[in-house]
Design a protein around this ligand. Sequence first.
Ligand code: SAM
Ligand code: SF4
Length: 344
Amino acid sequence: MRDLRVSITDRCNFRCLYCLPETEQAANFYRTKFDAVRNPKPFALTPIRYEWKPRADLLTFEEIERFVRISVSLGIEKVRVTGGEPMLRKGVETLVGKLAAIPGVQDLAMTTNGQLFAAKAAVLRAAGLKRVSFSMDSLDRANFQKLTGRDGLAEVLAGLDTARQLGFGPVKVNAVVIRDLNDHELEALAEFAHERDLSFRFIEFMPLDSSRAWQKELVVPGREILARLRARFGLVPVDQAGNPAETARRWAFPDGRGEIGIIAPVSEPFCGHCNRLRLTADGKLRTCLFSLAEHDFRPLLRGGASDDDLAARLIELVTHKEAGHRIGQPDFVQPARTMSCIGG
Ligand code: SAM
Ligand code: SF4
């Protein structure tokens, strides 16, 4: 295990259809197409009310710092701050500073929807944030709004530009690809990556949405994405022999500007190589995105456990990390918590 993802809040300012949809109708946007017979009723347009974790349940910056320090002493090298939307956590730059100062943290990154990034980008850079990944599923203002529930494309693009200007590099952008929703934009998104010399990741839609509306028909398999982009751009494979744990299969543009990555956890699982752990904002360790069990570190962190106790518990849990997810198997059960709580 080398990669730890720390969610620092379960709250978000976006309402992505595939994560925290705004309304029942948004969550079930595809039903009329795939499931109209079983679900003929209209879905409500009123906003879904989400119950956020109370502040006292969230780990403090000191508790997160301690957990990360112990994880690093056991072999974690890369730390990613995520959420929910990490930019919503007050004082996020203070936490970044604390994590950057831990000896042994070789890479400190953040995943953000980008809307609030530009305003704090310089402070985060100065605090020691090395890399940032943006989530941007569409380059079309109306489609962006449909996907995220917010008219925020211009702010995300501004955040991306600021990140590049400040030398966060390489700047990555992630797009979740959903059939008939944004798959018509694949080539435009790839062209954008090429023009701006970005590392662009296309991610298969996973069953981690809060409304449990996921259906396999909505997944655009990585193979299909790649075939389309190769046909259009003549992509060449990037040598990844030295890094088997990378989740993305990477492809370069022939002129060397920009890069495409395909992340296909549903159609081509990479569980055997997974080296990731996740800590939720309320202090639960997850050894897999699709874990059904969570392991609560908050009582240990708050109850006087020593660093050695915490390390022993971590080692014990990691030893029992799942062999793989069960998506597509008859016994697959979607985890109770969604991507916005788990931390993507
Ligand atoms: N709010 C931040 C953001 O959107 O970048 C960070 C948290 S978000 C949960 C992290 C990543 O998870 C995003 O790139 C998002 O697109 C991805 N994600 C959320 N729900 C997903 C799903 N059901 N399937 C695949 N990826 C998902
Ligand atoms: Fe918020 Fe990120 Fe989930 Fe979108 S994917 S709703 S931005 S946590």
